[in-house]
Design a protein around this ligand. Structure first.
Ligand code: NAD
Length: 393
């Protein structure tokens, strides 16, 4: 049998990474179209003059730009439907592109808008969402998308899905297609300097969760595993500094690279229980995605420890936390390090701190199921998951 199983790997067509390289979006965009729809993830970007400079740079290259939406919360069904209606009214089509500048929320909204601008079969994004929609597929190539992440967390710049929430009825599901992979990514770690410490902590823990879960996932693949090893080493060595000193170039660069690698890893491997439960916490408790992942990661590691000791030991060694210790000792060193980082950057350890109540647990268990949970190394029945959540309330 071959040492490497058969696999596929998908990634953005072009990645431009570097401190201060945001301005290169203009030539990259000029190669993709003549009119850019901007979707922004923070008012800070416009208030600090960044969006104006970006529009000027696009203009110098002969592109017109339209500020389509600013979104500072995780995108909901009406956010997508409203933005799609606007691009259609503006006659979106050949020669147009979308630029998403912000955290995962803005990039996901940009991905959904780019996809639905060209796929007009459904009346709402909901029709296309996994598990809750009408099963409609993205079959026509979306408008070209450039992703410019400003939080170092979700890795959405390198994934092929957009996560869309609804609170009534409650669901948090993905619009997913290989066609939705961004055409180009500009990662300028300098854009994250204005991200506040709590958001830096939570989004950074999201990247760490993605790197670990994709590595131990039952759907893990060879290339993503190599990326996850490198990303985890970088993130574990930089997250505390990024939180303490948001202006640290070294820490922001390391976290931006770790987040990018985490996106490539998750797009080509599975995730696991922390992400499964995080989606349910998002809709039932309105917990920010990164915070939900951060709180769930130590719990998920303890639950999965027995079935993935070798993988956890490999990660511990790669991160320099262990050398030649037995696998169980090395795995525990990794788990202890994660728990220590969580305490240090202000992530609570119990679900009750997020406002979760015992009455919510049945709904959390039900809505934790899906694509992420399917990758969890250990199969968990509903009674088992209920017991785990109750024990960590
Ligand atoms: P976010 O995009 O919601 O941003 C968090 C906060 O940071 C917001 O208030 C935003 O306005 C602010 N912010 C962003 N950039 C800033 C800047 N430069 N300066 C100051 N403030 C800034 O948070 P996120 O964690 O990046 O994204 C979360 C969303 O991404 C969730 O909906 C989650 O489900 C989704 N997600 C998607 C994928 C994917 O592959 N598509 C993967 C993981 C998570």
């Amino acid at each position: 049998m071959s040492a490497v199983a058969s696999y596929e790997f998908i990634a953005p067509g072009r990645i431009v990474f570097g401190w201060g390289r945001w301005g290169e979006v203009a030539p990259v965009a000029a190669a993709l179209g003549r009119r850019a729809f901007l979707i922004e993830g923070s008012r800070t970007l416009a208030a600090g003059g960044f969006i104006g400079r970006l529009q000027a740079a696009l203009g110098e290259r002969g592109l017109t730009s339209v500020r389509l939406a600013t979104i500072a919360h995780e995108p909901e069904v009406p956010d997508v439907d409203d933005a799609v209606r606007r691009v259609r009214e503006l006659g979106a089509g050949a020669g147009d592109l979308v630029i998403g500048i912000g955290g995962g929320s803005a990039i996901d909204l940009a991905k959904a808008v780019a996809a639905l601008a060209t796929n007009a079969t459904g009346s709402s994004v909901r029709d296309y969402l996994e598990g809750v929609g009408r099963g409609l597929q993205i079959s026509v190539p979306p408008l070209p998308l450039i992703a410019m992440p400003t939080t170092a967390g979700t890795g959405s710049e390198a994934t092929k899905n957009a996560v869309i929430s609804s609170y009534d009825p409650p669901f948090k599901k993905s619009l997913r297609s290989d066609l939705m992979m961004p055409r180009a990514v500009i990662v300028d770690p300098q854009l994250a300097v204005s991200v506040p410490p709590a958001v830096t902590a939570q989004t950074g823990m999201d990247a760490i969760t993605q790197l670990i879960e994709s590595y131990i996932s039952r759907k893990a693949r060879p290339i993503p595993r190599s990326l996850a090893i490198d990303g985890l080493r970088l993130a574990l060595g930089a997250i505390e500094e990024a939180v303490d000193d948001g202006g640290s170039r070294r820490a922001r660069e390391a976290m931006a690279q770790a987040a990018l690698l985490s996106g490539m890893a998750l797009a080509n491997s599975g995730l696991g229980m922390a992400h499964g439960v995080a989606a349910a916490l998002g809709v039932h408790c309105r917990t920010a995605h990164g915070l939900a992942c951060a709180l769930m990661l130590p719990i998920a590691l303890r639950i999965n420890r027995e079935v993935c000791l070798p993988q956890l030991a490999q990660l511990a060694q790669a991160a320099g936390l262990a050398q030649s210790e037995p696998a169980d000792v090395a795995a525990d060193l990794l788990i202890a390090r994660i728990e220590a980082i969580c305490r240090r950057v202000g992530v609570p350890s119990r679900l009750g701190a997020l406002g979760v109540t015992a009455e919510q647990i049945p709904a959390l268990v039900r809505d934790s199921r899906g694509n992420s949970m399917d990758g969890n190394p250990r199969t968990l029945s509903d009674p088992e998951l209920t017991q785990i959540l109750e024990a960590n309330l």
